[in-house]
Design a protein around this ligand. Structure first.
Ligand code: G
Ligand code: G
Ligand code: MN
Ligand code: NA
Length: 254
């Protein structure tokens, strides 16, 4: 309950910050997208990672105003990057099942896109497979409307949920993100290699590009390139960083 009060205050005092983790396109070697990951700049505790407050935010419903803050700030960055060296960047934001369930989500998203004059295709929404388990009709409706707005929809942590694969055919999925637990040992464990190859082939045969998460070594990168993965994200190509560090990072790694 104290945490809940503190989160209220954090919103009022504007203590949240978006870190950005670059994604590398393996085909052209360009970094043209980032995932926005929230952190809390706590006055005494320092930089608090999301796992320490997102669950409480979900529980209390504060995830809705926090998620709106994330959405607005992602749009603000996209708008501020226009005409700069970051003009080509798209931003992925994470949305929980509870946020997707929110009846005024679509209004909030289209409102922000208009307010910041953001090209909807520059905004990606990452959702986990939980959204294909309960409340499916409403979720389908929300996804179709987000898709119609022109946003890209990514399935996060792919392969660790308990949903049916049929959603890949029935829902407007623009991207699959292979969970990092499959990547961690992909080089030395043949079973993980089989799974990762199968996911890439499955997605590609459905016309869906693939992001692999949690790349920490050159050997993992080589494996993914050899197996035609589209994008990679991980500490090897860049830790999550403050947005103002992005430009320097890109010029360093270009
Ligand atoms: O950045 P880090 O790896 O610590 O993130 C941990 C988890 O927190 C990830 O699963 C990520 O999806 C989640 N997360 C990060 N930022 C946000 C956000 O803005 N909204 C929601 N709902 N979850 C987030
Ligand atoms: O669940 P989601 O994919 O949204 O969360 C992304 C989380 O993964 C972030 O908290 C980020 O800090 C973390 N992360 C990003 N790259 C790596 C990596 O290379 N290794 C590990 N262990 N974690 C990573
Ligand atoms: Mn994510
Ligand atoms: Na993930």
């Amino acid at each position: 309950l104290q945490l809940e009060k503190d989160l209220h205050l954090a919103l009022e005092r504007d203590e949240f910050i978006l870190y950005m983790q670059p994604q590398l396109n393996l085909a052209d070697g360009r970094q043209s997208s980032v995932e926005a990951l929230i952190r809390w700049q706590h006055p005494t505790r320092g930089l608090v990672p999301p796992l320490e407050f997102i669950p409480a935010a979900e529980e209390s419903g504060l995830i809705i105003p926090i998620g709106r803050w994330v959405l607005e700030n992602a749009c603000r960055y996209l708008s501020s990057w226009r005409g700069t060296a970051l003009d080509h960047m798209s931003i992925a934001i994470n949305l929980s099942g509870r946020e997707l369930a929110s009846p005024d989500l679509l209004e909030a998203v289209s409102g922000m896109l208009t307010r910041y004059a953001v090209d909807p295709s520059k905004l990606k929404i990452e959702l986990t497979e939980e959204i294909f388990i309960d409340n499916i009709e409403h979720n389908m409706d929300q996804l179709l409307r987000l898709d119609q707005l022109g946003l890209q929809l990514a399935i996060d942590d792919f392969g660790v949920g308990y949903s049916s694969l049929a959603y890949l055919r029935n829902f407007p999925v623009s991207l699959v993100k292979i969970d990092r637990s499959f990547i961690a040992h992909v080089v030395e464990r043949p079973d993980d290699a089989v799974i990762v190859r199968a996911v890439i082939n499955l997605a590609h045969n459905l016309g869906i590009p693939v992001v692999a998460e949690g790349i920490e070594t050159q050997a993992q990168l080589d494996f993914l390139r050899d197996n035609h993965c589209d994008l990679i994200q991980g500490y090897f190509t860049g830790h999550p960083m403050p947005a103002k560090a992005l430009l320097a990072h890109l010029s360093r790694t270009a």
